[in-house]
Design a protein around this ligand. Structure first.
Ligand code: AP5
Length: 215
């Protein structure tokens, strides 16, 4: 499956819930890139400046990364692509890769939320440095300020969640990623989800939309 939607739509939050429920592994290109940056690996060094600016990392870097990742053993049970593809060339590369691996997408979930909600969600997002769990200072607050409920790790605010970088990420989404909605609609595998509401409400909408396709 692919999870599509603007920054802050709740893709990561819902992917983690779907992973627990269906056992399909979440593959977040954003998380992979941020780890590469933190490790200062060759990929991280190439990606760092793009991420800081809220720009997209070049397609070839990402498609190579995904080609390797999808062939790892844990993907055999299925996978949820969170943050990939993000451009038409990335979607075309994914189609070609899946064909080569004799796999196909069960569906593409497009989670849509208005801009004002996106800004609120990104401004309050906190991520655990240790386990990667997500929470929100207002909508899903941790029991203790700055401390992850799940593992006790330290919570941090992402560098690209600054106001001016958010604006750039949204422009990039409108120009380069939003056309994927039509791309997958034409393939007949798009399912549109209203992303406004509580995390639990969105989760039930997704489950309903998945109907019989998630196994
Ligand atoms: P990436 O990490 O993928 O960021 P993104 O797509 O901008 O998405 P986000 O992680 O910001 O949001 P989300 O939809 O996952 O929302 P979340 O669940 O966290 O990419 C970062 C950068 O990496 C890119 O800018 C680019 O540079 C690079 N990159 C990544 N992939 C790439 C690719 N394929 N090609 C090129 N470059 C790439 O939720 C947000 C907050 O809201 C959280 O605090 C959460 O607790 C809260 N929340 C969630 N749902 C709800 C709800 N229903 N109600 C209230 N609060 C909620």
């Amino acid at each position: 499956m692919v999870l599509l939607g603007p920054p802050g739509a709740g893709k990561g939050t819902q992917a983690k819930l779907l992973e627990q429920e269906f056992g399909a592994v979440q593959i977040s290109t954003g998380d992979i890139l941020r780890k590469a940056v933190a490790d200062q690996s060759p990929l991280g060094k190439q990606a760092e400046d793009y991420i800081k600016r809220g720009a997209l990392v070049p397609d070839d870097l990402i498609t190579n990364l995904i080609a390797e990742r999808l062939q790892q053993a844990d993907c055999a049970q299925g996978f949820l692509l969170d943050g990939f593809p993000r451009t038409i060339p990335q979607a075309e590369s994914l189609d070609a890769l899946l064909m080569k691996l004799a796999l196909s997408l069960n569906g593409v979930l497009s989670v849509q939320v208005p801009r004002a909600v996106i800004i609120e969600r990104l401004a309050g997002r906190r991520t655990c440095k240790n386990c990667g769990a997500l929470c929100h200072t207002v909508f899903d607050p941790p029991k203790q300020d700055g401390v992850c409920d799940r593992c006790g790790g330290e919570l941090f605010q992402r560098e690209d969640d600054k106001e001016e970088t958010i604006a750039n990420r949204l422009t990039v989404y409108d120009g380069q990623t939003a056309p994927l909605v039509d791309y997958y609609r034409r393939q007949g595998i798009l399912r549109e989800i209203d992303g406004v509401g509580s995390i639990e409400e969105i989760r039930s909408r997704i489950k309903k939309a998945l109907g019989g396709i998630a196994t």
